[in-house]
Design a binder for this molecule. Structure first.
Ligand code: BES
Ligand code: MN
Ligand code: ZN
Length: 499
């Protein structure tokens, strides 16, 4: 989609006019003051009062803007950037359904004041392009979603001298949202196409970006490194596992890098602990942690962030087969610790364990992993918020702030001695990969990962945080601002965090 910042009304198919909620005694909604558009003659309070997410399309007698879509902002004091982005997204989806291909957004000063001109320009572009994105690769041409061609941002009360601020925000937003939508494309691609090799091939494209280098490790490289957990999970798969390493050196080499680790299970059937049909559906999305960290590098390099960032993706399928790893097998991770397999469906933590060991090679400033790790996290947090586990208050507040700015939602869940205890009770190995009950499942999984971020004396090898994104990866399902499938969650928070 093309974006223009303008300071006067131009010709578009539809103008989106946000309106704050008015009280019943006002009898009518108050529009921002705009050149040439008055709706004063209409008393439509009963049809539209400006409640958050409310919409009303109108045809008006105006040559430049024949159609208007009023969108409700709710009450002034409750509006957040997250709300604004949902409102914009929902408006774009409505416009797109009508096959109107150009829109203007009016951005009221109250919205700009939620942050600043540059950020709001950026976030508006992100919300708009995320809403317009549709996974249409496999659809027949008459069935593809209508393309939105042009969006004009019309800032009320902003002068032409601030044009470059808006334009910089738009450019940044475009870079970020292209990465977010790329992440979604990777997640949405069917699992028999999105194999570990295919994911590696897609990662390899990042090699073309300035300061980025990509290395793909094959099965024999993985063997040489002693990544026994990744190899174990891969045993039942016909597809070869890969270990993807993407380095972005945007700062001086002496600056310690942030290492981002991603779970790249391109299909999670559960393995021999086979999932029931109902739970197997959607398991193509089990590589979204990996896609997220790749997309973060894409955006960071595009924005030329002055940071060093490494993405590590451990990728394989988890399949049942005569060669598959079995419950009661014992696998040995790269750091020499043994794992008693009690459930082959707890495979994500296994491949992450080896990646967390590998991360020490970089002497990292911090390590943050992203994984669609547990159904228990969905039970705890529902469908929009991801879980964050860390003992590092600095990373915690950084990620919370990043999430707030980008409108993503995060909630801290606990690590703790009791979870570590539960996971390290095996008679035959140093740790087990699953417990019998599902209680505390998200924290048990996190405790398993934590075990691999420590040395044999229990001392932390690096500051670490784990993001369980199973609860936050889906669009639609009641979300009117984004289409179904992967929603690209995490990329925006991370870019804010790293900026
Ligand atoms: N990939 C799943 C978790 C998941 C579930 C992601 C739903 C997205 C949506 C993970 O590998 C898994 O199977 N976890 C098990 C762990 C259990 C066996 C300890 C789970 O959550 O049931
Ligand atoms: Mn699983
Ligand atoms: Zn999984």
């Amino acid at each position: 989609m093309m974006y223009h910042s303008i300071f006067e009304i131009v010709n578009t198919d539809c103008m989106i006019i946000p309106v704050f909620q008015s009280s019943k005694k006002d009898k009518k909604v108050v529009l921002p003051e705009l050149v040439g558009i008055t709706l004063d003659h209409i008393n439509f309070f009963d049809d539209f009062s400006g409640k958050k997410m409310e919409q009303l399309p109108l045809y008006i007698d105006n040559e430049m803007v024949p159609r208007v879509l009023l969108v409700g902002l709710g009450e002034k004091k409750t509006l957040s950037i997250c709300d604004w982005k949902k409102i914009i997204g929902a408006a774009v989806m409505t416009v797109q359904k009508k096959k109107w291909t150009s829109v203007s957004f009016v951005v009221p000063p109250e919205v700009v004041n939620l942050s600043n001109l540059r950020t709001i320009s950026k976030e508006t572009v992100i919300a708009s392009d995320m809403a317009a994105y549709s996974f249409d690769t496999y659809k027949y041409k008459n069935n593809k979603t209508a393309e939105m061609k042009l969006v004009n941002l019309f800032f009320v009360g902003v002068t032409a001298s601030q044009k470059s601020i808006v334009e910089n925000g738009i450019t940044e937003g475009k870079i970020i949202v292209d990465a977010v939508n790329w992440c979604r494309y990777l997640g949405n691609t069917p699992p028999s196409t999105m194999t570990p090799s295919f994911l590696a091939k897609k990662a390899k494209i990042l090699d073309n970006l300035t300061d980025v280098s990509v290395k793909i490790l094959s099965r024999s490289d993985i063997q040489k490194l002693g990544m026994g957990c990744l190899l174990g999970v891969a045993r039942g798969a016909k597809e070869e596992p890969k270990f993807i390493i993407v380095e972005y050196w945007g700062a001086k080499k002496i600056q310690k890098p942030t290492v981002l680790v991603g779970k790249g299970i391109t299909y999670d059937s559960g393995g021999l602990s086979l999932k029931p049909t109902k739970y197997m559906k959607d398991m193509k999305f089990d590589m979204l942690g990996g896609a997220t960290v790749l997309a973060v590098i894409k955006a960071a390099a595009g924005l030329k962030l002055k940071k060093n960032i490494i993405a590590l993706v451990a990728t394989t399928e988890n399949m049942p087969d005569g060669a598959a790893y079995k419950p009661d097998d014992i696998l040995t991770a790269m750091n020499g610790r043994s794992v008693h397999i009690t459930n082959t469906d707890a495979e994500g933590r296994l491949v992450l364990a080896d990646a967390l060991c590998y991360a020490t090679k970089y002497n990292p400033k911090e390590v943050i992993d992203f994984a669609t790790l547990t159904g228990a996290c969905m039970v705890a947090l529902g469908g929009e918020r991801y879980g964050l586990f860390t003992n590092n208050e600095k990373i915690l507040s950084g990620i919370e702030k990043g999430a707030e700015v980008s409108g993503e939602l995060v909630w801290r869940l606990p690590l703790g001695e009791e979870f570590t205890q539960t996971m390290t009770t095996s008679d035959v190995a140093d740790i087990q990969n699953a417990t019998e009950t599902s209680y505390g499942g998200a924290s048990n999984a996190a405790a398993f990962l934590e075990f691999f971020t420590k040395d044999e004396d229990g001392k932390a090898l690096y500051p670490w945080a784990h993001i369980d994104m199973a609860s936050a990866i889906f669009g639609s399902k009641g979300k009117t601002w984004i289409k179904g499938g992967a929603n690209g969650v995490g990329v925006q928070t991370m870019i804010s965090y790293l900026s």
